[in-house]
Write a protein that binds this ligand. Structure first.
Ligand code: ARG
Length: 472
C-alpha cells in the first residue's frame, strides 16, 4: 500500500485545493534524495535523543520514536519501503511512515526542526562519508603509482615540452609527478571535509527555534566538529558542496591529463606501455584494434564533473537568504560528481598495477630527438663558455645532426669538435641517456637515486597521514 493513501502531506492545513499531478511530480525530490535515507534517520535519532535530554519529549516517547526509525531504516535497507511522490521528499516519506507505524507520538519528532535544517544536515553527513570512501580509492591509486614508480625508477623515457622531445627523464620520475598532484588533491578533500563538518540542526526553518534545544549535544552525537553559528547561513548555503565539487573537478582534471598520456602511450607510434586486455575493448570492424577505453572514458567523464561544478555555482548565485526551493537542485549534480569521481579513481587504482612499460621503446624514443642537447650545452659551459654562446654552438651541432641523420651521441669526436674545440673525449659520458638523467641528482630531479628517495619520503608521509587520522 502506498504511504500516500494513508497519510496526507503534512502542510495541507492552509490549502483548499490538492496539488496538480504534474506539479507534484515536478516538485518532488524523493526519487533521488532517498539515497540519503540512512543519514536522515541518523540525524532524526540524534535530534530526538537531544529532545529527550532537554525534556521536550519524554524518555518513553524518545524510545518509541527511535525504535520506529530503526524499523524504517531496516525496511529501506531491505528495499521494502514504499516511497511516495505525493509525500514529496525523503524527509516527509520517513516521517509519515513513522506516524503510520507508531501513531501520533511520531509527530513529535519534528519538534524544533524543519526540513530546511534537516536536509542541510543530511547532505553533510552523506558527503562526509562519501569523502571517506573517495579517499580510500585515492590512496589506493597513490600506492599503485608509488609501486609503478619504484619498478621503473631506472627506466629512460623522453621528457616532453610542447610534446616535442626535450630531455631524457626516468619513467619513475614522470609517474611521481602524477603522485604529487594526488597529494594535493588528497589534502584538498581533507581540508574541505573539515569546513563542511559543521551542524545545521537547530537552525530550524531559518531563525532558530523556541525550544530549549542543546545543539552542542546533537552535534556531538552526529560527530560534527561544531554547531553552525548562524541559522540563516546554516540552512541556505551550499558552499560546502561547491567546494567539494571543485576539489573533485581538480582531481578529474589530473586524471584526464593522465588519461591523455596513457592514450598516447598505448598508441602504436608511441608504444610506451601496454594495458591488459581486461582494461581495453576491441573494434567491431577493425580486427587489429585494442582501444584504451578506460582512460578515454575518464577523460570524457571529466566534462560532466566540471559541468556539475558550474551548475552548483550557478544554482547559488541568485539566491537571497535563506532557504529557497532552488536548493533541491543541489543533490543530483553532487551525487553524480561523487559517483563519477569514485568510479574513476577506482578504475585507475585497479589499472595501475597492470601497466607494463616497454622499456626498449621508451629508451629508443629518448635516444631520438637530440634529447641530450642541453647536457652538451652544460658541458661546453663547464669548459668556460657563457650559456648563450654554448646554446648557439649546440644548436649548430643539432642542425648538422639533422642534415646527417645522426644523433649527438652518434657523432665522432672530430665531428663534434667542428663546433667547439673545447669538446674532449669525455663528452660522451654526458651524451648518454643514463649519464644525462643521473646528472640531475638533486631533490626533485630525475636521477634514479632521487626518484627512490622521493618514493621513500612519500611513503613516510603517507603513513604519517594515515596515523594522524585526520579524516573526519
Ligand atoms: N526536498 C527539499 C530539498 O531538497 C527539502 C527541504 C524542503 N523545504 C521546504 N521548505 N520546502 O531541499
Amino acid at each position: 500500500m502506498e504511504n500516500s493513501e494513508l497519510i496526507e502531506k503534512p502542510w495541507t492545513g492552509r490549502f483548499t485545493e490538492s496539488t496538480d499531478a504534474f506539479v507534484e511530480a515536478f516538485t518532488a525530490s524523493v526519487t533521488f534524495d532517498q539515497r540519503m535515507a540512512e543519514y536522515d534517520i541518523k540525524g532524526s535519532i540524534a535530534h530526538v535523543t537531544m529532545l529527550a535530554e532537554v525534556g521536550v519529549v519524554s524518555i518513553d516517547e524518545r524510545d518509541q520514536i527511535i525504535s520506529g526509525l530503526d524499523n524504517i531504516g531496516r525496511e529501506i535497507a531491505e528495499g521494502k519501503f514504499n516511497w511516495s511522490i505525493a509525500l514529496e521528499d525523503l524527509h516527509m516519506n520517513i516521517e509519515s511512515r513513522l506516524v503510520q507505524n507508531i501513531g501520533s507520538v511520531g509527530k513529535k519528532l519534528h519538534t524544533g526542526r524543519s526540513r530546511n535544517d534537516q536536509v542541510a544536515t543530511d547532505i553533510r553527513l552523506w558527503l562526509r562519508d562519501e569523502i571517506g570512501n573517495i579517499l580510500v580509492e585515492l590512496e589506493r591509486l597513490q600506492d599503485g603509482l608509488l609501486s609503478l614508480a619504484e619498478r621503473e625508477a631506472d627506466t629512460i623515457m623522453p621528457g616532453f615540452t610542447h610534446l616535442q622531445t626535450a630531455q631524457p627523464v626516468t619513467f619513475g620520475h614522470h609517474i611521481m609527478a602524477w603522485y604529487e598532484m594526488l597529494v594535493r588533491d588528497h589534502s584538498r578533500l581533507i581540508d574541505c571535509s573539515h569546513r563542511m563538518n559543521v551542524m545545521p540542526l537547530g537552525a530550524a526553518a531559518l531563525a532558530g527555534t523556541t525550544y530549549p534545544i542543546d545543539r552542542d549535544m546533537t552535534a556531538q552525537l552526529l560527530g560534527f566538529e561544531s554547531a553552525a553559528e548562524n541559522s540563516l547561513d546554516a540552512v541556505s548555503d551550499r558552499d560546502f558542496s561547491i567546494e567539494f565539487s571543485s576539489a573533485a573537478a581538480l582531481i578529474m582534471m589530473h586524471l584526464s591529463r593522465f588519461s591523455e598520456e596513457l592514450v598516447l602511450w598505448t598508441s602504436d607510434p608511441f608504444s610506451f606501455i601496454e594495458l591488459p586486455d581486461s582494461f581495453c575493448t576491441g573494434s567491431s570492424i577493425m580486427p587489429q584494434k585494442k582501444n584504451p577505453d578506460v582512460p578515454e572514458l575518464v577523460r570524457g567523464k571529466t566534462g560532466r564533473v566540471y559541468g556539475h561544478l558550474i551548475g552548483l555555482l550557478t544554482l547559488m548565485k541568485g539566491q537571497p537568504l535563506a532557504y529557497n526551493k532552488d536548493n533541491q537542485e543541489d543533490k543530483e549534480p553532487l551525487f553524480d560528481t561523487v559517483d563519477t569521481l569514485k568510479g574513476s579513481l577506482k578504475v585507475y587504482a585497479d589499472m595501475m598495477p597492470t601497466v607494463v612499460v616497454n622499456r626498449d621503446n621508451t629508451r629508443a624514443a629518448a635516444a631520438k630527438g637530440f634529447s641530450t642537447a642541453t647536457d652538451l650545452a652544460d658541458y661546453v659551459v663547464r669548459a668556460g663558455v657563457p650559456f648563450r654562446d654554448s646554446h648557439e654552438i649546440v644548436g649548430k651541432a643539432v642542425r648538422y645532426g639533422i642534415e646527417q641523420g645522426k644523433d649527438l651521441a652518434e657523432m665522432s669526436l672530430s665531428e663534434l669538435q667542428q663546433f667547439s674545440d673545447l669538446i674532449e673525449e669525455d663528452v660522451f659520458e654526458v651524451l648518454t641517456l643514463e649519464g644525462s638523467v643521473a646528472a640531475r641528482n638533486h631533490r626533485g630531479g630525475t636521477a634514479p637515486q632521487q626518484v627512490r628517495a622521493a618514493i621513500a619520503r612519500a611513503r613516510t608521509n603517507q603513513s604519517a597521514i594515515k596515523k594522524s587520522g585526520d579524516i573526519v
